[in-house]
Write a protein that binds this ligand. Sequence first.
Ligand code: ZN
Length: 230
Amino acid sequence: MGHVGKLAWSRKARLARGSMFLIPALDYRLILAMENHQAPSVSEEMKICPHCQKEIPKKATRCSYCQADLRKWYGRHPILTVLGVMLLLIIFGSAGSGDQPAPSSQAGTTQNTAESLLSQNTPTIKELSTLPTNYIGKSFPLYVYLQTDRYYNYGFNDETAWYSVKIWDSSVDGSFSGVYAYLPKTSQNAGLISKALNAPVLVKVQASVPVSMWQDSSNAFVEVNSWTYQ
Ligand SMILES: [Zn+2]
């Protein structure tokens, strides 16, 4: 009996001693499980401050530990952001309109356009000047600089009926400065003449060398039949 009792006691004692180890182990696993369970829900709402590495609410715009401004760059610089967007709009806006005719505000572009227009004439002003008989009775468009001086019209064959002008293109060089042309004295032409007085005006003209007006050795043989400002 005593033997059985002693055995029973020793089993109880072992159980008791075992549970002393068992219970803390369970607690530890429980704590681990709880921590594992809680960990994701914390990081979902928190973030690490990039300046002081402390954990702060995800929606915080300012770190409560180091006071660092945690807004995005454009949030911290609203004026610079607005200016930058406007600059981009201006850049892309002007790039988009780049394929339109050269704006007159840009002198360099206008010069390039004028040069390319003045260089595409057939005949050129120089050809017209050196071989005028080849063009008698013919009509052709020309891009030219057109200018006049008051004295051009003094002593001109029929100065009551015609304006006299000088026209030239990119074919002119040091040896000659253009050819003389005439156009009827109309109110529309008076506007062009006043604009071209002592200053070259870029125009596209429909020019001709009329048979009736041709005179050998005349230096004014080209008639301007119509014109448009360029
Ligand atoms: Zn911080």
